[in-house]
Design a protein around this ligand. Structure first.
Ligand code: 5GP
Ligand code: ZN
Length: 112
């Protein structure tokens, strides 16, 4: 399968900020904030629609990894945004699920 995020997860390209048995995290190549990290599962899952109840622990772990990055960078008190985009109206461009961690500036609502 020709999936760019599978290649990153398999360490065929890019540098990782975090790796464990389930997920990896790395800097977004087009950062939308001073801190823009993507947390992805090692296993290929195309969209959030493709997750099942068996993936609930994995999804929770992705959030926990993002929270730990915020704490490690002392961004937790100021705050941050976590985002999953799903399918075209959600703005998804890469079809391997990823949790966006965005921090270091004021976020706005509603999102664009
Ligand atoms: P989406 O719109 O699918 O939620 O977000 C995809 C994100 O992946 C974008 O923020 C984009 O900048 C990032 N991205 C796409 N290709 C690559 C890549 O090859 N390396 C890295 N580090 N980020 C990528
Ligand atoms: Zn993939």
């Amino acid at each position: 399968m020709d999936c760019i995020f599978c290649k990153i997860a398999n360490k065929q390209m890019g540098a990782l900020l975090h790796e464990d048995d389930q997920v990896v995290a790395f800097d977004d190549m087009t950062p939308q904030a001073p801190h823009h990290v993507l947390v992805i599962p090692k296993r290929h899952i195309a969209t959030i629609n493709d997750t099942t109840t068996a993936d609930e622990t994995l999804l929770g772990h992705m959030i926990a990894v993002a929270k730990n990055i915020a704490q490690q960078r002392s961004l937790d008190a100021d705050g941050y945004r976590l985002v999953f985009n799903c399918n075209h109206q959600g703005g998804q461009a890469v079809y391997h699920i990823h949790l966006h961690f965005l921090a270091g500036r004021q976020m706005h609502w509603p999102p664009g």
